[in-house]
Design a protein around this ligand. Structure first.
Ligand code: PLP
Length: 419
């Protein structure tokens, strides 16, 4: 860091400012986490210099002896961690991993069946402005109005009607466990590939606290930077019969050279995730998520589906008469970082939204437990209902001070203790 500070103080100062921002607020964005110093070391390494198009022992560049070993370790550790036949660790991101899965199993114009974005899916699941919506005929299922959980009967009916090439489960705002057996049965009934985008919850699978999609799905794509707590990136695991297709779809169909520093970071992370300490972390993430959802519920901020089985909960703000966009701004001004989110059947436009999404991965990494989640729920409620988005508002200032006090006991990236 000293060399960066010396050469480019402008950027160095911004890196420090971002670290300060991460340390000084309550980080409740469900898709974020705080990766370990070991992963950060791998990301900041000279592996970034190396071209390694291809796969270990079959590269298009010389000098790959060391990076081959790194990638083999990452692949083996991923296979072991998820009990998978095959792993590809080269995807640059979750969206890139998804692009490769489409490339492996579908051609432009084919029909795919996925969860709609406004009910909790993802842009890359066939939303019209994404490549996936432009290149494929995307048919969408949603949640049932009574349960607010996935409407499996609708999935089955749409699958029979449209005979999709691929059926996709997973999304960005699904608080409940997904019934992989039911999806598998539907896919088998219509001869479709069953794909799970586990970006959000794969860390809970790695920690063995929720059921795994790997035994049921043909292919599972995921990001490595959410609950999993690794470097920003993507990965794919699949059945042996699909291994070649997936590898060819990642490279050369969709990507060029892999980011070998990120592959090294993934290897470090997969080893971290295989430890009892990570399993305890994953359990704590779940416990905290439930406590936070319950704390908000008891204050009139209702969780969609009535609760959560995962690291995130989605809340309906209509009970307190505030929109998502206002709640996000009010929380931000009070030192609480979360995002507005559309709720199923939302009467508001997506950029206004009636909900917020909160997640426990980061605050759990900082060591907080259910007792602190009760405090966090109270702080969110107070910010949402008693402030106006102005950081100088007296109540916003009061909340920021309380957030600061809480964070002194649960710091992000704590300074090493002397001695
Ligand atoms: N899939 C799901 C379900 C996601 O939630 C996300 C990101 O939030 C992605 C894919 C895309 O990941 P990335 O942002 O790394 O491209």
């Amino acid at each position: 860091f000293a060399s960066l500070l010396d050469q480019d103080p402008q950027i160095a100062e911004l890196l420090v400012a971002e670290l300060d921002r991460q340390r000084s607020g309550l980080q409740l964005i469900a898709s974020e986490n705080q990766t370990s110093p070991a992963v950060l070391a791998a990301l900041g390494s000279t592996l970034s210099n190396k071209y390694a198009e291809g796969y270990p022992d079959a590269r298009y560049y010389g000098g790959c002896a060391e990076v081959d070993k790194v990638e083999k370790l990452a692949v083996e550790r991923a296979k072991q961690l998820f009990g998978a036949d095959h792993a590809n660790v080269q995807a640059h991101s979750g969206a890139s991993a998804n692009q490769a899965v489409y490339g492996a199993f579908a051609s432009p114009g084919d029909t795919i069946l996925a969860m709609s974005l406004d009910h909790g899916g993802h842009l890359t699941h066939g939303f019209k402005v994404s490549f996936s919506g432009k290149w494929f005929n995307a048919v969408h299922y949603g949640v049932h109005p009574d349960t607010e959980d996935i409407d499996y009967d609708q999935v089955e009916a749409l699958a029979k009607e449209h005979r999709p090439k691929v059926i996709l489960a997973g999304g960005s705002a699904i608080p409940r466990l997904i019934d992989f057996e039911r999806f598998r049965a539907i896919a088998d009934e219509v001869g479709a590939i069953f794909w799970v985008d586990a970006a959000h919850f794969i860390g809970l699978v790695a920690g063995k606290v929720i059921p795994s999609p790997v035994p049921h799905a043909d292919v599972v794509s995921f990001t490595t930077h959410k609950v999993l707590r690794g470097p920003r990136g993507g990965a794919i695991v699949c059945k042996a019969e699909h291994a070649k297709k997936i590898d060819r779809a990642v490279f050369p169909m969709m990507q060029g050279g892999p980011l070998m520093h990120a592959v090294a970071g993934k290897a470090v992370n997969f080893a971290e995730c295989a430890t009892p300490a990570y399993q305890a972390y994953a359990q704590q993430v779940l416990d905290n998520s439930r406590a936070l959802a319950g704390g908000l519920d008891s204050r009139g901020i209702r969780p969609i589906t009535g609760g959560t089985d995962t690291h995130l909960s989605l809340h309906d703000l209509r009970g307190v008469g505030v929109t998502g966009v206002d709640a996000e701004a009010r929380c931000d001004a009070a030192g609480i970082v979360l995002n507005k989110n559309a709720i199923p059947f939302d009467p508001e436009k997506p950029n206004v939204a009636s909900g917020i999404r909160v997640g426990s991965p980061s605050v759990t990494t900082q060591g907080m437990g259910p007792e602190q989640m009760e405090t966090v729920a109270e702080l969110i409620h107070r910010a949402v209902t008693r402030t106006d988005g102005d950081p100088d508002h007296a109540v916003a200032r009061e909340i920021r001070a309380e957030v600061g006090e809480l964070l002194t006991s649960y710091p992000a990236y704590p300074e090493p203790q002397a001695g």
